[in-house]
Design a protein around this ligand. Sequence first.
Ligand SMILES: [Zn+2]
Ligand SMILES: [Zn+2]
Length: 67
Amino acid sequence: MPGFFVIGDESTHVVADARCPECLEEYPKTCLCGGLMHAASGEADEGGADWPATRCDQCGRSEEELH
Ligand SMILES: [Zn+2]
Ligand SMILES: [Zn+2]
């Protein structure tokens, strides 16, 4: 039974699935920890930046946290 993974209000990302159906194009990416970095269509923040909301399915960090 696959584990599901939540980013923002998207709750159907699939843990450890390199072809996660819910991710944006080009995701999931491999995380530094060996897990997969998933991406949900991000909401624009107050500054107008439109970063995708990213989160690793193993360590829970976002891509921004890793940079
Ligand atoms: Zn995903
Ligand atoms: Zn990670």
